[in-house]
Design a protein around this ligand. Structure first.
Ligand code: FAD
Length: 417
């Protein structure tokens, strides 16, 4: 980004704030809540009119539940409809395996809560309404950065009322894995790569239909199912770039494969009527070597897209938000922290991100790639899975990794509102 590129040409309405958060996903809504709670003048821009989008991360892990507890929000949160998962069981080439047992964690909330992401985000939005300094602007899409001298000075946005410029001392990109803010700031990701993509769909769940199996691996195919009360949420893993080939075989061929792998789903698969009911997640693993520019910070998926392995994306985004508020909220009271101070967030969070991505790559190379190898050979349970299944103590280690992650964050940001 050249210093000469920066300019200020206000259009339409202008709003001045201390901090502008672009993106109302888990990172943006949690950070908005925390900064509002700290009395910082903050606005969150969300381009959609609501949070109702299906097939986003719906897993709320013990680390996030702990954060909700520290914020005094847990009782209300756990009153929302959700399902709980403690034991992650699988069938690998016909052999039962146990991947993790969260009941072994010595934490207040030793389970994964499955809750539609829109419920989680709506809850944060409603809870944040008590903070006078927090404003959430829905249907407001950031379209470019405002630049001033050598720094980012806010964003240009559009909403149904027209153009609006948000002038901010600090802009925080929480706009996800296809971040426009990151791109406009000239921050490039380091791509790590993944051998798979994922097809998401729902299959109706009949009353009394229960099964503890969470992951299934057969020669050439792999699937994870989540019990969501009245439906099964299914993630069917395909080899990278094979979506068109899978589509060309036809929907009924896909559903036959699914039913063969997971016979319990068979009646509910009638709910998958056409390809519109199947959503493709193009799996990416990447991260930014540099998370900042003067006046700008990227966090959550905008700074690091995670593989779906472990279902950790939402929780890392929340952890980033907590770390950002811990490190910057007090400083923001006096203006925009210097870029070196903003970079403290990367210095704190890069290690957990790298470690998690490394473990995801190990799982990809040892389990996913082996399972998706064409040829239909009988599958042997990898040694690491056999060990984890045989030694319950190890199921606590995997549970810790999935449920709490590396270097879990605790809320230390000020409560001033
Ligand atoms: C199909 C699918 C399934 C997934 N399953 C899981 C799972 O089971 N568990 C898990 O932990 N993670 C899962 N993930 C990943 C998880 O959803 C993300 O890691 C997590 O949501 C990241 O949070 P975030 O706030 O950083 O970004 P996002 O959740 O991507 O939020 C970004 C927000 O920014 C908004 N936005 C984007 N551009 C603009 C703009 N220009 N102006 C204003 N707003 C903008 C978007 O509308 C969005 O609301 C899944 C992801 C997908 C796509």
């Amino acid at each position: 980004m050249d210093a000469g590129d920066f300019s200020r040409q206000p259009r339409g309405r202008t709003i001045k704030v201390r901090c502008c958060i672009v993106g109302g996903g888990p990172a943006g809504m949690m950070l908005g809540y925390l900064l509002g709670r700290a009395g910082i003048d903050v606005v969150v821009l969300e381009k959609h009119a609501d949070f109702f989008r299906d097939f986003r991360g719906d897993t709320v892990h013990p680390s996030t539940l702990q954060v909700m507890d520290e914020l005094g929000l847990i009782d209300g949160f756990l009153k929302l409809p959700h399902q709980r998962l403690q034991k992650m069981d699988g069938v690998f080439g016909g052999t039962p395996v146990r991947i993790a047992d969260l009941s072994r964690l010595k934490v207040k909330y030793p389970f994964i809560a499955f809750m539609p992401q829109w419920d989680f985000l709506n809850f944060l939005r409603e809870s944040g309404k008590r903070f006078a300094s927090l404003k959430v602007m829905m249907s407001t899409e950031a379209i470019d950065l405002i630049r001033d001298g050598g720094r980012v000075a806010g964003v240009r946005a559009n909403n149904p009322e027209g153009a609006v410029d948000i002038e901010a001392d600090l802009t925080i990109a929480c706009d996800g894995r296809h971040s426009l803010v990151r791109e406009r700031a000239g921050l490039a990701t380091l791509e790590i790569g993944a051998p798979m993509d994922v097809l998401w769909f729902r299959a109706g769940k009949r009353q009394n239909e229960t099964e503890s199996v969470f992951a299934r691996v057969d020669p050439g195919s792999m699937m994870v199912t989540f019990d969501r009360g009245d439906y099964w949420q299914c993630a069917y893993v395909i080899a990278k770039g094979q979506y068109d080939a899978v589509k060309a075989r036809g929907l009924s061929a896909l559903l036959d494969d699914v039913a063969r792998m997971a016979p319990i789903l068979k009646p509910g698969l009638a709910d998958v009527k056409n390809w519109d009911d199947v959503k493709l997640l193009t799996v990416a693993i990447n991260r930014l070597p540099r998370w900042t520019r003067p006046g700008l910070l990227c966090i959550g998926d905008a700074a690091h897209a995670m593989s779906p392995i472990g279902g950790v994306g939402v929780n890392l985004a929340v952890q980033d938000a907590v770390a950002t508020a811990n490190l910057l909220a007090a400083k923001l009271a006096n203006g925009c922290p210097a870029e070196e101070e903003l970079d403290a967030v990367r210095r704190r969070r890069e290690f957990p991100v790298r470690m998690t991505q490394r473990m995801q790559v190990v799982a990809q190379n040892n389990i996913v790639s082996a399972a998706l190898k064409p040829g239909g050979e009988a599958l042997k349970v990898p040694l690491v899975l056999r060990l984890i299944t045989a030694v319950p103590w190890l199921q606590g280690i995997t549970a810790r990794f999935v449920g709490l992650g590396v270097r879990p964050e605790h809320v230390h940001s000020p409560l001033r509102a």
